[in-house]
Write a protein that binds this ligand. Structure first.
Ligand code: NAD
Length: 355
């Protein structure tokens, strides 16, 4: 009953359009497909598989992430709306159980008739999408072997790289990475590639990851330093790049930061919208996550839905830097935080204005 009350609160306070809910009895998993907005086109967003503390937490995560996709798609200039799906599992599934769940989940997505398109997110892979595609056409990011565009992570990393250069140009007067220190928090699919790109460009890299082995291996390869995860926030650097989980920037953590710029790939980095104001008050330039981390979408959606070639994708990734520069100027002109300026840009696009 308590959980039901939480469900009511989450849905009741959400301004999204629709949530499809299924309980998958064979795997004891909950499926939530959250459609936040179809104002600009069909809703699109990744599918996250995760073990949550409670079923309501899973629903909350899905609804929040779906709202983030609406603004991300709007700023990216795509004719897609925002959505996200969550598979709340009792344990990360493998083998036949996983295949069974993805098959049934694919049927749920297909039942929406193209209102919702999906791709990879945390703990889901192009192989899962290949399986889904047998029952449902509404997927992006199948494996290359199956005719899809494959892993988005390296392209997300390239977009973040361009965004970091634009952020440095605004905060410190030059986009150059030589002599700058960047702390990359989380060196998975996006963070590891980002660290490589930054190292190639001459930055000094600090790495932190919950997997000490992963951090040590990459640090050795790049000649980077390793920071313990619990010291990531207060470690002095020019750029703090959150590339692990969301919600790391809050009223409690922002006072501990010792950096000039926050720019990373993690979704929903701010615990609340007011945290963008807190960063601004501390003189830290915040590159809004949903602008910075759109590179994977440019790649998967651009190649698979819009017929882009690699050169077109590359131009879009570089454009992330230009969009950020525009947002930074708007924030200065209007005396608002960069987070609010990015939100205003998204809202103007949603309302059919140019910005
Ligand atoms: P990933 O799972 O491949 O890597 C995440 C890494 O972060 C792992 O190595 C993990 O051990 C580490 N980690 C987790 N919590 C940590 C913590 N508290 N401190 C330090 N390290 C921690 O994920 P990814 O695909 O690289 O995505 C990273 C972030 O970027 C996620 O928030 C994701 O939602 C977001 N994002 C990813 C893409 C993409 O194309 N993959 C696109 C947009 C946004």
């Amino acid at each position: 009953m308590q959980e039901l009350g939480e469900f009511e609160r989450v849905i009741g306070s959400w301004e999204g359009e629709q949530v499809l809910v299924r309980f998958d009895a064979p795997t004891e998993s909950w499926i939530f497909i959250c459609i936040h907005s179809r104002r600009l086109g069909p809703a699109a967003g990744g599918t996250r598989m995760k073990v949550y503390g409670s079923t309501a937490d899973a629903l909350r995560d899905g609804t929040r992430l779906a709202a983030g996709m609406t603004v991300k798609m709007a700023v990216a200039g795509f004719s897609f709306g925002g959505g996200k799906a969550v598979l709340a599992v009792p344990a990360l599934l493998e083998g036949e159980e996983r295949e069974g769940l993805f098959g049934r989940y694919a049927e749920a997505v297909a039942s929406l008739g193209g209102s919702f398109w999906t791709g990879c997110d945390m703990n889901t892979t192009p192989a899962d999408l290949d399986l889904m595609a047998e029952r449902c056409p509404y997927v992006f990011g199948r494996s290359v072997a199956s005719g899809g565009s494959g892993e988005p992570g390296p392209f997300t990393a390239r977009g973040v790289f361009h965004g970091i250069r634009a952020s440095l140009a605004h905060a410190l007067g030059s986009p150059a990475l030589e002599g700058r220190t960047v702390l990359v928090q989380g060196v998975g699919s996006v963070g590891a590639r980002l660290a490589e790109l930054l190292a190639e460009a001459g930055a000094r890299i600090l790495i932190t990851d919950l997997s000490a082995e992963r951090a040590a291996e990459l640090a050795e390869r790049l000649g980077a330093g390793v920071v313990q995860p619990e010291q990531a926030l207060e470690t002095e650097c020019d750029v703090h790049a959150p590339c692990a989980t969301g919600g790391t920037l809050s009223v409690d953590t922002i006072p501990r930061l010792r950096c000039r710029v926050v720019a990373g790939s993690a979704n929903n980095q701010l615990a609340t919208p007011a945290d963008a104001d807190r960063l601004s008050e501390r003189g830290i330039l915040y590159a809004p996550d949903f602008v910075l981390n759109a590179g994977g979408i440019f790649f998967n959606v651009g190649i698979e839905a819009l017929g882009w070639d690699e050169a077109r994708v590359e131009r879009a990734l570089e454009g992330i830097g230009d969009t950020l520069a525009e947002i930074f100027l708007r924030s200065e002109d209007e005396g608002i935080s960069t987070g609010r300026a990015a939100q205003a840009l998204a809202e103007s696009r949603l309302e059919g204005r140019n910005g």
